[in-house]
Write a protein that binds this ligand. Structure first.
Ligand SMILES: NC(=O)c1ccc[n+]([C@@H]2O[C@H](COP(=O)([O-])OP(=O)(O)OC[C@H]3O[C@@H](n4cnc5c(N)ncnc54)[C@H](O)[C@@H]3O)[C@@H](O)[C@H]2O)c1
Ligand SMILES: [Zn+2]
Length: 359
């Protein structure tokens, strides 16, 4: 097992990464009070709920559960309220802990519920998708969707501890595994060429779910995110680098309708567009661009998106949160392994980068 710390002063917390982790032993020091609410969904609960419930009961905790329907479309205020119902019906007090057992949807909802219930109770993350292990469980952003916008209502809420168990990835659907790998590749492209070389050497093993390789990929990804978050918790600057591929990706997701393509798949093609524009700007070479596409393809991710009319594409990009004072800022690559946030790019070249990477 490897341990990583997210350095946030007195809110510093550990991420435990490994296989067949022992929740009883690892969670015990981080649970304040006697009451634990496990929030999960109806896909993950049948697989893993009993394991955690038993471990917590062995620690003498009063365990209650709230099982939500599976899906991004339930990441809304109605279903958030079901968590509050469960907490109140169980008679939980301000000393309780909310434990998220699931992917990013459950992590975001349970985290937000824990930030609001009684003005804030303790929170623990047990992410069960690769994406949530390398991305959403680190950094403290939590929230729900509104019918007028994704992730529009939320709070910063740091967990006490994160438990990332590679064994649980064995049941993850192939597409979800690849979607998580998109965010892993993102860390390499934006800040770590050595990691890119490592991914190039180990991609087949990752796809085959070698747990040791997965643990290494999660560790290195979380280390990047943890460092960036520690420097810039509230996204005033550097944290925006984590949006590499995301402005293009959001346009793809929005046009196709959420649910059609997975987030990671859209980000994958978005990263190709960002790399393509960086190459057109003369910052990275054609070989670098080819290398970017190759590693994304090897992760079984798409490198082109369906035909999307340019006006629609640009319209969705303009709606992205990264637009500051009406000016689009993009995360682009100065080199492979070094991203920058910039307004200084040629819009015509950006349009070409979008158009050539469509089917
Ligand atoms: N807070 C953040 O910083 C942050 C960052 C990135 C993404 N997110 C959010 O995370 C969400 C996406 O997360 P996700 O990709 O984990 O999706 P998800 O939570 O919907 O999980 C994907 C699917 O895998 C299933 N699943 C989860 N673990 C499983 C397992 N071990 N075995 C079998 N099936 C399993 C889920 O039930 C679901 O059907 C989005 O809502 C996004 O907004 C948040
Ligand atoms: Zn993402």
């Amino acid at each position: 097992m490897q341990t990583l710390h997210v350095e946030l002063g007195e809110r510093r917390y550990p991420i435990f990464i490994g296989s067949d982790l022992n929740p009883q032993q690892l969670l015990e020091p981080y649970i304040h009070g006697k009451q634990v609410m496990i929030v999960s969904n109806d896909t993950v609960a049948p697989l893993y709920l009993e394991h955690y419930k038993t471990a917590l009961e062995k620690l003498g905790k009063t365990v209650a559960t709230c099982i939500l329907p599976d899906g991004e479309k339930f990441k809304d205020i109605q279903h958030l309220n079901l968590i509050f119902d469960a907490l109140l019906e169980a008679g939980f007090n301000r000393d309780c802990t909310v434990l998220a057992l699931g992917g990013g949807v459950i992590g975001d909802m349970a985290g937000f519920a824990s930030a609001c219930f009684q003005r804030g109770v303790y929170f623990i993350q047990v992410p069960t998708t690769l994406l949530s292990q390398v991305d959403s469980s680190v950094g403290g952003k939590t929230g729900i969707n509104h019918s007028l916008g994704k992730n529009m209502i939320g709070a910063f809420q740091q967990p006490q501890v994160v438990l990332a168990d590679m064994s649980q990835l064995s049941t993850l659907p192939d597409r979800e595994l690849s979607a998580g790998l998109a965010e892993v590749i993102k860390y390499a492209l934006l800040g770590d060429e050595d990691f890119l070389v490592w991914l190039e050497a180990n991609m087949e093993g990752l796809i085959a779910r070698d747990e040791q390789l997965l643990a290494e990929a999660v560790y290195r990804s979380c280390a990047h995110k943890a460092r960036i978050v520690a420097n810039d918790e509230k996204e005033q600057g550097e944290r925006a680098l984590l949006n590499l591929g995301h402005t293009f990706g959001h346009a793809i997701e929005s046009y196709l309708g959420y649910g059609e393509w997975l987030h990671g798949e859209a980000v994958a093609t978005g990263m190709v567009m960002a790399a393509d524009l960086s190459q057109r700007m003369g910052w990275i070479s054609e070989a670098d661009l080819a290398r970017t596409k190759k590693i994304i393809s090897r992760a079984k991710l798409p490198i082109v998106c369906p035909k999307i009319p340019l006006d629609d594409f640009l319209g969705y990009m303009a709606h992205d949160k990264k637009v500051l004072n009406g000016q689009l800022r993009l995360v682009l690559l100065e080199q492979l392994g070094q991203a920058i946030i910039t307004r200084d790019f040629d819009v015509e070249l950006m349009k070409q980068a979008i158009l050539v990477n469509q089917a």
